[in-house]
Write a protein that binds this ligand. Structure first.
Ligand code: NAD
Length: 425
């Protein structure tokens, strides 16, 4: 099953449970617009390379299309369609007035110099400029794109279109139209819900061992936040491999080490009480696959899609999975985990903090008035916890999983909008 087929099967599953109108389901199964572009970029050695880029605009019932842009070697149309569909669903789960879109360029960003990355960003913006805009489609960062990339992208768009167009991209640097709290928003939104879940279920942080897969924006922030809440983070990983430390890991130290050495599995000395642990017993290096199967209570998936599948789901030892990445667990794995009583809090709910603070940034750009960090946090918490309540109540009403309940919550909102707007009549 391709990633896009997985999203369709998730919609189909929720649609059956809630008895969704067949026409509405058919309407949400297709993206409204697909833009595929090919563009040249001058490399540092003077050669010119061609790149493929995509922008998929899935649905704008609720407002302008919204969703990140990733620079990764696996990017293809199927992946971008899946991610765009999840964005429409995600914005509807949290009830913000934005639709769903996603974009990407097929490139190994780690092999680009900063100047090549800047030229690639500007060339991609030139290629898609006519399809995006503050009232039309508002991209944001995703894998291997960050606030610097958004600054170049916004600058390029404004050069092309003229005027104040700050709201065309979100996830910009604070000094250039960004919002307080955007960098950590994805992790923060998930942690607000996780804390609420933990409180309702009497989960004690100090007795809870956590493994975090992925150590980029989402992963390093969630690891730091959970560590600061008193959880014992015992495992971390990045694209080069994983590190598992029984005694726990000092996350701030691991963050510094990752910058210095470029890989978390070089960071044994970040183990808690490293100097007092018997030599050779502090930590073990594990592969990315092995890390997911290590002993822990909570597994936070914050790297990429299709990490838990039918091949490894039954080896997962965690009791709880909290998805910050998009699509890290496939539908077959969902079934296996559910049979094994693993509680899974799904991506479309848990990582919606990123798009929610992007929404705040877009509002602040439109009014040219900027909020303090505390205001951003309070508003984010309110939206995330309201969404969680709504999902919880659908979970009880339909006696289904959190993923199904989150999809139902979104599909209810989108169906109501479609009715109000007369889209299918
Ligand atoms: P990022 O580029 O900042 O970090 C990605 C991390 O994943 C890196 O540490 C990389 O080394 C690691 N990684 C790659 N392959 C891996 C593997 N096989 N095993 C373990 N680690 C691996 O990206 P990000 O923004 O943190 O995004 C991570 C996930 O979160 C993506 O699925 C993204 O779509 C999702 N997400 C991000 C945001 C956001 O605001 N950044 C919002 C919603 C969802």
């Amino acid at each position: 099953m391709s990633l896009h087929e997985e999203t369709l099967s998730q919609i189909d599953n929720a649609a059956k449970i809630m008895d969704l109108d067949a026409e509405m389901k058919a309407y949400l199964e297709r993206p409204q617009k697909i833009h595929q572009v090919a563009f040249p970029v001058k490399m540092d050695d003077g050669s010119v390379q061609m790149f493929d880029g995509f922008r998929v605009q899935h649905n704008n019932l609720a407002g302008p299309y919204k969703g990140g842009i990733r620079f990764a070697p696996e990017v293809d149309l199927d992946e971008v369609k899946a991610l765009a569909t999840w964005m429409s669903i995600k914005c509807a789960v949290v009830g913000i007035p934005l639709g769903g879109g996603k974009g990407g360029v097929t490139v190994d960003a780690k092999k680009l110099s900063q100047t090549e990355k800047e030229r690639l960003t500007r060339a991609f913006v030139q290629a898609i400029a006519d399809y995006i805009g503050p009232a039309q489609d508002v991209p944001a960062p995703d894998m291997y794109t960050d606030s610097q990339v958004m600054a170049w992208a916004t600058d390029e768009y404004m050069k092309l279109k003229g005027g104040d167009q700050m709201g065309v991209f979100t996830g910009k640097p604070l000094e250039f139209g960004g919002s307080a709290g955007r960098e950590e928003a994805t992790a923060q939104g998930g942690v607000y819900i996780w804390n609420e879940y933990a409180q309702r279920n009497a989960i004690e942080p100090s007795k809870t061992k956590v493994i975090v897969q992925g150590f980029g924006n989402a992963g390093s922030n969630v690891a730091r936040m959970l560590h600061n809440e008193g959880y014992l983070v015992v495992g971390i990983s990045d694209s080069k491999g994983g590190l598992y430390c029984d005694h726990g890991i000092e996350i701030e130290q691991a963050i510094v080490c990752k910058v210095e050495y470029g890989a978390v599995n070089e960071c044994e000395h970040a183990a808690i009480n490293y100097n007092q642990i018997e030599e050779g017993h502090a930590c073990k290096r594990v592969t990315n696959e092995e890390l997911l199967e290590q002993e822990c209570d909570l597994l936070v998936l914050s790297a990429l899609e299709n990490q838990i599948t039918e091949d490894n789901a039954s080896n997962v030892k965690a009791k709880y999975i909290f998805e910050l990445a998009n699509g890290p667990t496939n539908p077959n794995a969902d079934e296996i985990l559910s049979k094994n009583n693993v509680v899974l809090l799904p991506d479309i709910l848990m990582n919606a903090g990123g798009v929610t603070v992007s929404y705040f940034e877009w509002v602040q750009n439109a009014t040219n008035y900027y909020w303090q960090a505390e205001e951003v946090q309070n508003r984010l918490k309110e939206i995330m916890l309201n969404a969680f309540d709504r999902v919880e109540s659908n979970r009880s009403k339909f006696n289904c999983s959190y993923r199904e309940a989150a999809f139902i919550t979104a599909l209810e909102r989108l169906s109501n909008l479609a009715k109000l707007r007369g889209v299918l009549s």
